[in-house]
Design a binder for this molecule. Structure first.
Ligand code: S3P
Length: 164
């Protein structure tokens, strides 16, 4: 079995749904951000702060491309699909887009300040802008699109498994 990619904005539920989906399909789950943090020995937030976003995106591309050649459910960072190399690598990989609106994303994220692009207040406004810019990219890459707003994880896993 090849990889199954999970894409979507921060707060779309990738980290919650990914492990549940993998369990249901009886395949491994891997989170790209977690692998980057483990390999680097520092948080995504520190990588952004120390080296800047471009350096993070380069690391993200290397790790994402590697993990997409493996098997199991691979959860991508919210901004990953905007990197052309990653978008190309998704061609031919079943790609599940977890759709979320800003309201539900903010509720899920809460006050988590571990996300550098959302730090510093104005999370809702930042998410609205980010969703506007990214939605066409996510839509163009998705083989399965699921509206997650207000829906429970187990029900969403049912929908995804049926659609894959
Ligand atoms: C990012 C999302 C984060 C992480 C990094 C950048 C983004 O992942 O990769 O902070 O550009 O939206 P999540 O989508 O898991 O929050």
């Amino acid at each position: 079995m090849s990889a199954i990619a999970l894409i979507g904005a921060p707060g779309s539920g990738k980290s919650t749904l990914g492990p549940l989906l993998a369990q249901r399909l009886d395949v491994p789950f891997v989170d790209v951000d977690a692998v980057i943090e483990e390999r680097e020995g520092r948080s995504i937030r520190d990588i952004f702060a120390d080296d800047g976003e471009d350096a993070f995106r380069a690391l993200e591309a290397t790790v994402t491309l590697e993990l997409l050649t493996g098997s199991g459910v691979v959860s991508l960072g919210g901004g990953a699909p905007l990197t052309p190399q990653i978008a190309e690598a998704l061609d031919g990989v079943p790609t599940v887009w977890l759709q979320v609106d800003a309201h539900h994303a903010v509720t899920r994220i809460g006050l988590d300040q571990g996300r550098p692009l959302l730090a510093g207040g104005g999370i809702r406004g930042t998410l609205i802008a980010l969703l506007k810019a990214r939605t066409p990219v996510y839509a163009s890459l998705a083989t399965v699109s699921v509206d997650t707003n207000g829906r429970e994880p187990d029900a969403l896993v049912d929908v995804i498994v049926a659609a894959l």
